[in-house]
Ligand binder design. Structure first.
Ligand SMILES: [Zn+2]
Length: 283
């Protein structure tokens, strides 16, 4: 068959000129594919992370020059790990709190708060199987620090985390167990990282129901045996926890291996931020 000459076609002169400029059509084709891929915007993923390079996809196309003909390969964009972290935090409902509860924004006005912050950071740098527990009086910033530690662990270790606010979560688990489903309990028990907030919430003089103790044991024993990292906050002091259930307290103490604070009730340890951000002290 006779070879066609594009100049014979009725094409606008600027297109003919462009075609003539293409010295390497294979490269030009791949380059076009790469540019098309990179220009394609992703649907908003709710992370609020904008990226001009990948247009929110988290992946970007490049040309490999070391093959003939050159090929397009898809690589993670520089924004990808930040995006994954934000998606993981969003999934467990922690994305908004992650923005305010950081180590940087934690006020260390007292020696206790300094110690608590150091401990949370030590936990973060420690073995990935270690637990972190803040026990005792409310108002010292336990939730703030536990959240900061949780967020940093999700980001640094690229782990999927679960957040479990004890009382409502336990109510949900009980009703799902009543209907024969273990999925919710398993979801918390098996999470690569778990943050149990306000364990055994309630007045110190009101006994914890046996069913709650059994659930806590099942959950924490599972994680203890598999060395799954766990963060705990509770208004009960550690001796109160030990009084409630020695087996639970023993497992917490062993896995925390020093990363545990028990704040005894007493004056001067409580601080609250008022709406205007002023720190008030007392009681
Ligand atoms: Zn990107």
């Amino acid at each position: 068959m006779e070879k066609m000459d594009v100049s014979d076609w009725f094409l606008p002169p600027q297109v003919l000129e462009r075609i003539a400029q293409i010295k390497d059509p294979e490269h030009w084709l791949v380059e076009n594919k790469v540019n098309t891929y990179n220009a394609l915007p992703a649907d908003p993923d709710g992370t609020g992370i904008e990226c001009e390079v990948c247009r929110g996809k988290g992946m970007m196309a490049v040309i490999t020059e070391d093959t003939a003909p050159p090929r397009m390969v898809i690589l993670p964009c520089a924004c990808r790990s930040r995006r994954m972290t934000a998606l993981r935090l969003k999934r467990c409902g922690m994305l908004e709190r992650a923005k305010t509860c950081t180590f940087e924004s934690f006020r260390t006005d007292t020696a206790l708060q300094k110690r608590m912050k150091e401990l949370a950071q030590r936990w973060l740098d420690g073995a990935p199987t270690q637990w972190l527990a803040f026990c005792g009086q409310s108002g010292a910033g336990k939730t703030h620090l536990c959240t900061a530690a949780f967020v940093q662990a999700v980001a640094r270790r690229q782990l999927a985390g679960e957040y479990m606010l004890w009382s409502p979560a336990v109510r949900e688990i009980k009703s799902s167990l009543f209907e024969g489903g273990r999925d919710l309990l398993d979801q918390y028990a098996q999470a690569p990282l778990l943050y149990v907030d306000d364990l055994f919430k309630g007045r110190g003089d009101v006994p914890v129901p046996d069913t709650d103790l059994r659930l806590a044991f099942e959950l924490l024993d599972y994680r203890y045996n598999r060395q799954l990292p766990t963060i705990l906050s509770t208004e009960r002091t550690f001796p109160q926890l030990a009084d409630l259930d020695e087996a639970i307290a023993g497992r917490i103490r062993e896995r925390c291996a020093g990363c545990i604070v028990s704040i005894a009730p007493g004056a001067g340890k409580n601080y609250r931020f008022r709406d205007e951000g002023e720190v008030t002290r007392g009681q």
